[in-house]
Design a binder for this molecule. Structure first.
Ligand SMILES: Cc1ncc(COP(=O)(O)O)c(C=O)c1O
Length: 461
Protein backbone atom coordinates (compact mmCIF):
# COMPACT_ATOMS: atom_id res chain seq x y z
CA UNK A 1 0.00 0.00 0.00
CA UNK A 2 1.31 3.42 -0.94
CA UNK A 3 1.86 5.56 2.11
CA UNK A 4 1.42 9.23 1.31
CA UNK A 5 4.31 11.38 2.51
CA UNK A 6 2.86 14.50 4.15
CA UNK A 7 4.15 17.89 3.10
CA UNK A 8 6.57 19.50 5.52
CA UNK A 9 5.98 23.08 6.62
CA UNK A 10 8.85 24.09 4.31
CA UNK A 11 7.13 22.41 1.33
CA UNK A 12 3.93 24.29 2.12
CA UNK A 13 5.81 27.57 2.37
CA UNK A 14 7.58 26.92 -0.95
CA UNK A 15 4.26 26.23 -2.67
CA UNK A 16 2.70 29.34 -1.16
CA UNK A 17 5.70 31.40 -2.23
CA UNK A 18 5.62 30.10 -5.80
CA UNK A 19 1.92 30.87 -6.04
CA UNK A 20 1.65 34.17 -4.20
CA UNK A 21 4.88 36.16 -3.78
CA UNK A 22 6.32 38.67 -6.23
CA UNK A 23 10.08 38.67 -5.61
CA UNK A 24 12.46 41.62 -5.82
CA UNK A 25 14.68 42.08 -8.90
CA UNK A 26 13.35 38.80 -10.28
CA UNK A 27 12.11 37.56 -13.62
CA UNK A 28 9.51 35.02 -12.55
CA UNK A 29 9.25 32.94 -15.71
CA UNK A 30 11.64 30.20 -14.47
CA UNK A 31 9.55 29.92 -11.29
CA UNK A 32 6.58 28.58 -13.22
CA UNK A 33 8.47 25.26 -13.20
CA UNK A 34 10.28 25.33 -9.84
CA UNK A 35 9.92 27.27 -6.62
CA UNK A 36 12.41 30.06 -5.87
CA UNK A 37 15.02 29.57 -3.18
CA UNK A 38 13.85 30.12 0.38
CA UNK A 39 16.19 30.57 3.32
CA UNK A 40 14.70 29.13 6.50
CA UNK A 41 17.45 29.21 9.12
CA UNK A 42 20.62 31.12 9.83
CA UNK A 43 23.39 30.92 12.40
CA UNK A 44 26.58 32.96 12.36
CA UNK A 45 27.78 33.00 8.74
CA UNK A 46 25.74 29.94 7.75
CA UNK A 47 22.32 29.58 6.15
CA UNK A 48 20.01 26.68 5.46
CA UNK A 49 17.40 26.68 2.69
CA UNK A 50 13.96 25.04 2.65
CA UNK A 51 15.37 22.00 0.86
CA UNK A 52 17.95 21.41 3.60
CA UNK A 53 21.03 22.73 1.74
CA UNK A 54 23.55 24.63 3.84
CA UNK A 55 25.51 27.62 2.64
CA UNK A 56 28.30 29.91 3.74
CA UNK A 57 27.01 33.45 3.16
CA UNK A 58 29.55 35.92 1.78
CA UNK A 59 26.85 38.53 1.10
CA UNK A 60 25.47 39.30 4.60
CA UNK A 61 21.96 38.42 3.54
CA UNK A 62 22.23 39.10 -0.18
CA UNK A 63 22.28 42.89 0.37
CA UNK A 64 25.17 43.84 2.74
CA UNK A 65 22.88 43.81 5.76
CA UNK A 66 23.47 41.12 8.39
CA UNK A 67 26.71 42.63 9.68
CA UNK A 68 26.81 40.75 12.99
CA UNK A 69 25.69 37.42 11.51
CA UNK A 70 22.54 35.33 11.90
CA UNK A 71 20.86 34.01 15.05
CA UNK A 72 21.91 36.71 17.53
CA UNK A 73 19.89 36.05 20.67
CA UNK A 74 20.73 39.35 22.48
CA UNK A 75 19.22 41.31 19.59
CA UNK A 76 16.12 39.11 19.42
CA UNK A 77 15.66 39.43 23.21
CA UNK A 78 16.16 43.19 23.20
CA UNK A 79 13.49 43.51 20.50
CA UNK A 80 11.10 41.14 22.30
CA UNK A 81 11.45 42.94 25.62
CA UNK A 82 11.02 46.35 24.02
CA UNK A 83 7.93 45.25 22.05
CA UNK A 84 6.29 43.89 25.18
CA UNK A 85 6.97 47.18 26.98
CA UNK A 86 6.12 49.68 24.24
CA UNK A 87 6.02 48.77 20.56
CA UNK A 88 5.06 52.00 18.88
CA UNK A 89 4.26 55.59 19.28
CA UNK A 90 4.70 58.25 16.63
CA UNK A 91 8.11 59.93 16.53
CA UNK A 92 6.33 63.21 17.19
CA UNK A 93 7.04 62.02 20.75
CA UNK A 94 10.14 60.22 21.95
CA UNK A 95 10.78 56.61 22.84
CA UNK A 96 13.51 55.19 25.04
CA UNK A 97 15.56 53.05 22.61
CA UNK A 98 15.44 55.76 19.91
CA UNK A 99 16.81 58.34 22.34
CA UNK A 100 19.54 56.09 23.73
CA UNK A 101 20.59 54.77 20.33
CA UNK A 102 20.75 58.30 18.87
CA UNK A 103 23.13 59.37 21.62
CA UNK A 104 25.31 56.29 21.21
CA UNK A 105 25.36 56.66 17.43
CA UNK A 106 26.35 60.33 17.58
CA UNK A 107 29.18 59.34 19.89
CA UNK A 108 30.68 57.45 16.95
CA UNK A 109 30.17 60.40 14.59
CA UNK A 110 32.08 63.44 15.86
CA UNK A 111 30.73 66.62 14.28
CA UNK A 112 27.22 65.27 13.77
CA UNK A 113 24.32 66.45 15.93
CA UNK A 114 20.87 64.92 15.26
CA UNK A 115 19.26 61.63 14.23
CA UNK A 116 16.02 61.42 12.21
CA UNK A 117 14.43 57.94 12.08
CA UNK A 118 12.73 56.18 9.19
CA UNK A 119 12.68 52.69 7.68
CA UNK A 120 14.81 52.16 4.61
CA UNK A 121 17.87 53.51 2.89
CA UNK A 122 15.73 55.07 0.18
CA UNK A 123 13.57 56.80 2.75
CA UNK A 124 16.59 58.07 4.70
CA UNK A 125 17.89 59.61 1.47
CA UNK A 126 14.50 61.12 0.64
CA UNK A 127 14.52 62.82 4.05
CA UNK A 128 17.94 64.28 3.28
CA UNK A 129 16.70 65.59 -0.08
CA UNK A 130 13.69 67.19 1.59
CA UNK A 131 15.99 68.82 4.15
CA UNK A 132 18.15 70.22 1.33
CA UNK A 133 15.11 71.45 -0.62
CA UNK A 134 13.59 73.12 2.42
CA UNK A 135 16.87 74.85 3.28
CA UNK A 136 16.92 76.13 -0.32
CA UNK A 137 13.48 77.67 0.22
CA UNK A 138 14.32 79.06 3.63
CA UNK A 139 17.70 80.59 2.79
CA UNK A 140 17.90 80.98 -0.99
CA UNK A 141 14.36 81.66 -2.18
CA UNK A 142 14.14 78.12 -3.55
CA UNK A 143 17.01 78.64 -5.98
CA UNK A 144 19.77 76.51 -4.45
CA UNK A 145 17.72 73.35 -4.76
CA UNK A 146 19.64 71.09 -7.15
CA UNK A 147 21.25 67.91 -5.89
CA UNK A 148 24.24 66.41 -7.67
CA UNK A 149 24.88 62.68 -7.79
CA UNK A 150 27.56 60.51 -9.34
CA UNK A 151 27.47 58.06 -12.21
CA UNK A 152 27.48 54.44 -10.90
CA UNK A 153 26.19 55.33 -7.39
CA UNK A 154 22.85 54.01 -6.12
CA UNK A 155 20.63 55.76 -3.60
CA UNK A 156 17.41 53.79 -3.55
CA UNK A 157 14.31 52.55 -5.19
CA UNK A 158 11.65 55.28 -4.85
CA UNK A 159 11.21 57.55 -7.87
CA UNK A 160 13.16 60.42 -6.31
CA UNK A 161 15.91 58.17 -4.94
CA UNK A 162 16.15 56.67 -8.44
CA UNK A 163 16.28 60.19 -9.86
CA UNK A 164 19.55 60.55 -7.95
CA UNK A 165 20.91 57.18 -9.03
CA UNK A 166 23.76 56.89 -11.52
CA UNK A 167 22.85 53.42 -12.79
CA UNK A 168 20.89 53.81 -15.98
CA UNK A 169 19.74 50.21 -16.30
CA UNK A 170 18.06 50.40 -12.90
CA UNK A 171 16.19 53.52 -14.02
CA UNK A 172 15.04 52.22 -17.38
CA UNK A 173 11.25 52.47 -17.86
CA UNK A 174 10.63 54.18 -14.50
CA UNK A 175 10.77 57.78 -15.68
CA UNK A 176 9.87 60.56 -15.84
CA UNK A 177 12.03 61.41 -12.86
CA UNK A 178 12.02 64.13 -10.25
CA UNK A 179 13.60 67.31 -11.64
CA UNK A 180 16.61 69.00 -10.05
CA UNK A 181 18.98 66.02 -9.88
CA UNK A 182 22.16 66.27 -11.95
CA UNK A 183 24.76 63.59 -12.65
CA UNK A 184 28.55 63.91 -12.80
CA UNK A 185 31.14 61.29 -13.86
CA UNK A 186 32.30 58.29 -11.79
CA UNK A 187 35.69 58.01 -10.06
CA UNK A 188 36.71 54.46 -10.97
CA UNK A 189 40.39 54.85 -11.81
CA UNK A 190 40.53 51.38 -13.39
CA UNK A 191 38.23 52.81 -16.05
CA UNK A 192 39.76 56.26 -16.26
CA UNK A 193 37.82 58.52 -18.62
CA UNK A 194 40.94 60.60 -19.29
CA UNK A 195 43.57 57.95 -20.00
CA UNK A 196 46.62 57.61 -17.80
CA UNK A 197 46.53 60.76 -15.66
CA UNK A 198 48.81 61.15 -12.65
CA UNK A 199 46.25 62.87 -10.41
CA UNK A 200 43.17 60.88 -11.39
CA UNK A 201 41.42 61.43 -8.00
CA UNK A 202 41.69 65.23 -8.18
CA UNK A 203 40.75 65.17 -11.88
CA UNK A 204 37.63 63.06 -11.19
CA UNK A 205 36.56 65.28 -8.27
CA UNK A 206 36.96 68.39 -10.43
CA UNK A 207 34.31 66.95 -12.74
CA UNK A 208 31.90 67.76 -9.94
CA UNK A 209 33.10 71.36 -10.01
CA UNK A 210 32.67 71.47 -13.78
CA UNK A 211 29.02 70.42 -13.42
CA UNK A 212 28.45 72.90 -10.56
CA UNK A 213 29.75 75.70 -12.77
CA UNK A 214 27.62 74.56 -15.71
CA UNK A 215 24.48 74.44 -13.57
CA UNK A 216 25.34 77.64 -11.66
CA UNK A 217 26.68 77.35 -8.08
CA UNK A 218 23.73 79.37 -6.78
CA UNK A 219 21.39 76.58 -7.95
CA UNK A 220 23.23 73.64 -6.34
CA UNK A 221 22.30 72.84 -2.73
CA UNK A 222 23.92 69.46 -2.11
CA UNK A 223 25.80 66.50 -3.46
CA UNK A 224 25.00 62.91 -2.50
CA UNK A 225 27.77 60.32 -2.69
CA UNK A 226 28.52 56.80 -1.55
CA UNK A 227 31.86 56.77 0.32
CA UNK A 228 32.65 53.52 -1.51
CA UNK A 229 30.26 52.78 -4.36
CA UNK A 230 28.61 49.43 -3.64
CA UNK A 231 26.20 48.00 -6.22
CA UNK A 232 27.85 50.12 -8.91
CA UNK A 233 30.94 47.90 -8.76
CA UNK A 234 32.69 48.24 -5.34
CA UNK A 235 34.50 51.46 -6.26
CA UNK A 236 37.02 52.69 -3.71
CA UNK A 237 37.87 56.39 -4.08
CA UNK A 238 41.15 57.29 -5.78
CA UNK A 239 43.87 59.30 -3.97
CA UNK A 240 43.02 62.94 -3.45
CA UNK A 241 39.36 62.48 -4.39
CA UNK A 242 37.66 63.21 -1.09
CA UNK A 243 39.88 66.12 -0.13
CA UNK A 244 39.01 67.79 -3.43
CA UNK A 245 35.28 67.05 -3.11
CA UNK A 246 35.29 68.55 0.37
CA UNK A 247 37.11 71.68 -0.85
CA UNK A 248 34.67 72.16 -3.73
CA UNK A 249 31.66 71.79 -1.41
CA UNK A 250 33.10 74.42 0.95
CA UNK A 251 33.95 76.76 -1.96
CA UNK A 252 30.39 76.82 -3.33
CA UNK A 253 28.48 76.39 -0.05
CA UNK A 254 27.16 72.97 -1.04
CA UNK A 255 26.01 70.44 1.56
CA UNK A 256 27.84 67.11 1.51
CA UNK A 257 25.48 64.17 1.96
CA UNK A 258 27.11 60.78 2.36
CA UNK A 259 25.06 57.67 1.71
CA UNK A 260 26.44 55.13 4.18
CA UNK A 261 23.61 52.66 3.61
CA UNK A 262 26.12 49.92 2.71
CA UNK A 263 29.34 51.08 4.43
CA UNK A 264 27.58 52.12 7.63
CA UNK A 265 28.28 50.36 10.84
CA UNK A 266 31.50 48.54 10.46
CA UNK A 267 31.57 47.05 6.97
CA UNK A 268 34.86 48.75 6.02
CA UNK A 269 36.58 48.40 9.41
CA UNK A 270 35.47 51.78 10.79
CA UNK A 271 32.00 52.72 11.97
CA UNK A 272 31.48 54.60 8.70
CA UNK A 273 33.21 54.52 5.35
CA UNK A 274 33.79 58.30 5.35
CA UNK A 275 35.88 58.00 8.49
CA UNK A 276 38.74 56.52 6.43
CA UNK A 277 39.06 59.73 4.45
CA UNK A 278 38.87 62.55 7.01
CA UNK A 279 35.64 63.89 5.49
CA UNK A 280 33.32 66.24 7.37
CA UNK A 281 29.82 65.56 6.05
CA UNK A 282 26.72 67.68 6.64
CA UNK A 283 24.29 64.77 6.28
CA UNK A 284 24.87 61.01 6.64
CA UNK A 285 22.26 58.39 5.81
CA UNK A 286 22.36 54.74 6.88
CA UNK A 287 20.12 51.69 7.01
CA UNK A 288 21.15 48.10 6.25
CA UNK A 289 23.81 47.35 8.88
CA UNK A 290 22.31 49.64 11.54
CA UNK A 291 20.37 46.74 13.04
CA UNK A 292 21.83 43.98 10.83
CA UNK A 293 18.35 43.25 9.46
CA UNK A 294 16.90 42.19 12.84
CA UNK A 295 14.41 45.05 12.50
CA UNK A 296 13.80 47.77 9.94
CA UNK A 297 15.49 51.06 10.73
CA UNK A 298 17.19 53.89 8.89
CA UNK A 299 18.68 57.14 10.07
CA UNK A 300 19.27 60.53 8.50
CA UNK A 301 21.95 62.14 10.64
CA UNK A 302 22.73 65.84 10.32
CA UNK A 303 25.08 68.35 11.86
CA UNK A 304 23.67 70.67 14.48
CA UNK A 305 24.11 73.50 11.94
CA UNK A 306 21.71 71.78 9.50
CA UNK A 307 19.28 71.04 12.34
CA UNK A 308 19.46 74.67 13.48
CA UNK A 309 18.08 75.84 10.12
CA UNK A 310 14.77 74.31 11.22
CA UNK A 311 14.62 75.82 14.73
CA UNK A 312 12.48 78.79 13.80
CA UNK A 313 9.93 80.98 15.51
CA UNK A 314 6.84 78.79 16.25
CA UNK A 315 4.68 81.36 14.51
CA UNK A 316 6.39 80.43 11.21
CA UNK A 317 4.02 77.68 10.03
CA UNK A 318 6.44 76.37 7.41
CA UNK A 319 9.63 76.78 9.40
CA UNK A 320 10.16 73.32 10.88
CA UNK A 321 10.82 70.03 9.07
CA UNK A 322 7.29 68.97 8.15
CA UNK A 323 8.03 65.31 7.51
CA UNK A 324 6.67 62.18 9.13
CA UNK A 325 7.34 58.48 8.78
CA UNK A 326 4.81 56.30 10.58
CA UNK A 327 7.13 53.37 11.16
CA UNK A 328 9.92 55.72 12.20
CA UNK A 329 8.11 55.42 15.53
CA UNK A 330 8.56 51.63 15.80
CA UNK A 331 10.76 50.86 18.77
CA UNK A 332 11.99 47.50 17.45
CA UNK A 333 14.45 49.25 15.10
CA UNK A 334 16.39 51.28 17.66
CA UNK A 335 16.20 48.47 20.24
CA UNK A 336 17.79 46.11 17.70
CA UNK A 337 20.27 48.80 16.64
CA UNK A 338 21.46 49.32 20.22
CA UNK A 339 22.02 45.59 20.76
CA UNK A 340 23.70 45.35 17.34
CA UNK A 341 26.11 48.15 18.20
CA UNK A 342 26.90 46.57 21.57
CA UNK A 343 27.84 43.33 19.78
CA UNK A 344 30.13 45.18 17.36
CA UNK A 345 31.87 46.82 20.34
CA UNK A 346 31.99 43.81 22.67
CA UNK A 347 33.38 41.51 19.99
CA UNK A 348 35.77 44.07 18.47
CA UNK A 349 34.20 43.54 15.07
CA UNK A 350 35.68 46.71 13.58
CA UNK A 351 39.16 45.29 14.21
CA UNK A 352 38.07 41.95 12.82
CA UNK A 353 36.71 43.59 9.67
CA UNK A 354 40.03 45.38 9.17
CA UNK A 355 42.18 42.31 9.83
CA UNK A 356 40.10 39.83 7.86
CA UNK A 357 39.54 42.42 5.12
CA UNK A 358 43.29 42.67 4.57
CA UNK A 359 43.57 38.89 4.52
CA UNK A 360 40.62 38.64 2.11
CA UNK A 361 42.15 41.22 -0.22
CA UNK A 362 45.50 39.39 -0.24
CA UNK A 363 43.78 36.08 -1.09
CA UNK A 364 41.83 37.76 -3.91
CA UNK A 365 45.06 39.20 -5.29
CA UNK A 366 46.43 35.62 -5.38
CA UNK A 367 43.42 34.71 -7.53
CA UNK A 368 44.21 37.68 -9.76
CA UNK A 369 47.73 36.26 -10.29
CA UNK A 370 46.17 32.97 -11.30
CA UNK A 371 43.35 34.11 -13.60
CA UNK A 372 43.99 36.66 -16.35
CA UNK A 373 40.30 37.53 -16.56
CA UNK A 374 40.40 39.17 -13.12
CA UNK A 375 41.08 42.75 -14.18
CA UNK A 376 40.88 44.52 -10.83
CA UNK A 377 40.57 43.72 -7.13
CA UNK A 378 39.35 46.55 -4.91
CA UNK A 379 37.71 47.13 -1.56
CA UNK A 380 38.10 48.06 2.07
CA UNK A 381 37.54 45.84 5.09
CA UNK A 382 34.99 43.12 4.53
CA UNK A 383 33.76 44.80 1.39
CA UNK A 384 35.68 43.50 -1.62
CA UNK A 385 35.07 43.34 -5.35
CA UNK A 386 36.55 41.58 -8.37
CA UNK A 387 36.03 43.07 -11.81
CA UNK A 388 36.17 40.47 -14.59
CA UNK A 389 37.36 41.34 -18.09
CA UNK A 390 37.84 39.49 -21.37
CA UNK A 391 41.29 40.95 -21.78
CA UNK A 392 43.50 42.80 -19.31
CA UNK A 393 44.84 45.17 -21.96
CA UNK A 394 41.56 46.24 -23.59
CA UNK A 395 39.66 45.82 -20.28
CA UNK A 396 36.62 44.73 -22.25
CA UNK A 397 34.11 43.63 -19.58
CA UNK A 398 32.91 40.02 -19.51
CA UNK A 399 29.24 39.51 -20.30
CA UNK A 400 27.00 39.43 -17.23
CA UNK A 401 26.26 35.75 -17.96
CA UNK A 402 29.83 34.98 -16.86
CA UNK A 403 29.47 36.35 -13.37
CA UNK A 404 26.04 34.72 -13.17
CA UNK A 405 27.76 31.41 -14.00
CA UNK A 406 30.41 32.04 -11.33
CA UNK A 407 27.76 32.83 -8.71
CA UNK A 408 25.73 29.75 -9.66
CA UNK A 409 28.83 27.54 -9.50
CA UNK A 410 29.78 28.85 -6.04
CA UNK A 411 26.24 28.26 -4.82
CA UNK A 412 25.57 24.87 -6.37
CA UNK A 413 29.01 23.23 -6.26
CA UNK A 414 30.61 24.82 -3.18
CA UNK A 415 27.57 25.95 -1.19
CA UNK A 416 28.86 29.50 -0.94
CA UNK A 417 26.60 32.46 -1.65
CA UNK A 418 28.40 35.29 -3.43
CA UNK A 419 27.18 38.69 -4.63
CA UNK A 420 27.50 40.39 -8.02
CA UNK A 421 26.53 43.56 -9.83
CA UNK A 422 22.98 43.01 -10.93
CA UNK A 423 21.68 44.76 -14.05
CA UNK A 424 22.90 48.21 -13.06
CA UNK A 425 24.54 49.13 -16.35
CA UNK A 426 24.17 47.27 -19.59
CA UNK A 427 27.90 46.74 -20.21
CA UNK A 428 29.37 46.74 -16.73
CA UNK A 429 27.51 44.06 -14.85
CA UNK A 430 30.88 42.36 -14.43
CA UNK A 431 31.85 42.72 -10.77
CA UNK A 432 31.70 40.08 -8.06
CA UNK A 433 30.86 41.65 -4.69
CA UNK A 434 31.95 39.99 -1.47
CA UNK A 435 30.72 41.22 1.88
CA UNK A 436 30.71 38.54 4.57
CA UNK A 437 29.50 39.36 8.08
CA UNK A 438 32.00 41.19 10.29
CA UNK A 439 32.47 37.98 12.29
CA UNK A 440 34.17 36.20 9.33
CA UNK A 441 37.22 34.13 10.25
CA UNK A 442 40.26 33.30 8.14
CA UNK A 443 38.82 29.86 7.47
CA UNK A 444 35.49 31.35 6.26
CA UNK A 445 37.47 33.53 3.86
CA UNK A 446 39.52 30.56 2.69
CA UNK A 447 36.25 28.73 1.96
CA UNK A 448 34.92 31.68 -0.08
CA UNK A 449 38.20 31.98 -2.01
CA UNK A 450 38.28 28.24 -2.69
CA UNK A 451 34.71 28.37 -4.05
CA UNK A 452 35.68 31.22 -6.38
CA UNK A 453 38.86 29.41 -7.42
CA UNK A 454 36.88 26.29 -8.38
CA UNK A 455 34.29 28.34 -10.25
CA UNK A 456 36.96 30.34 -12.13
CA UNK A 457 38.73 27.10 -13.11
CA UNK A 458 35.59 25.88 -14.87
CA UNK A 459 34.21 29.07 -16.33
CA UNK A 460 34.67 29.61 -20.08
CA UNK A 461 34.68 33.18 -21.33
C1 LIG B 1 24.15 52.84 -1.24
C2 LIG B 1 22.68 52.54 -1.09
N1 LIG B 1 21.85 53.53 -0.77
C3 LIG B 1 20.53 53.33 -0.61
C4 LIG B 1 19.99 52.08 -0.80
C5 LIG B 1 18.51 51.89 -0.65
O1 LIG B 1 18.23 51.22 0.51
P1 LIG B 1 16.81 50.49 0.70
O2 LIG B 1 16.78 49.32 -0.22
O3 LIG B 1 16.82 50.12 2.16
O4 LIG B 1 15.76 51.48 0.40
C6 LIG B 1 20.82 51.01 -1.12
C7 LIG B 1 20.27 49.65 -1.31
O5 LIG B 1 20.90 48.74 -1.78
C8 LIG B 1 22.21 51.25 -1.29
O6 LIG B 1 23.04 50.27 -1.67
Amino acid sequence: MNKQVPFTEHDLALMADQKSVWHHLTNHTPYEEAAPMMMVEGSGMRLRDAKGNEYLDSTSGGLWTVNVGYGREPIAKAVYEQLMKMNFYSQTAGNEPAAIFAEKLLDKMPGMGRVYYSNSGSEANEKAYKIVRQIAHKKYDGKKHKILFRERDYHGTTITALSSTGQFERKNQYGPFTPGFVEFPHCLEYRSQWGDVADYGVRAAKEMERVILEEGPDTVGAVVLEPITAGGGVITPPEGYWETIQEICAKYDILLHLDEVVCGLGRTGKWFGYQHYGIKPDIVTMAKGVASGYAAISCTVTTEAVFDCFKTDPSDRDGYFRDVSTFGGCTAGPAAALANMNIIEDENLLDNATKQGEYFNSRLLELKDKYAFIGDVRGKGLFQGLELVKDRVTKEPVHESIIMQVAAHCQNKSNVMIGRTNRSFRDFNNTIALSPALIATESDIDEIVLALDKAFAEVTL
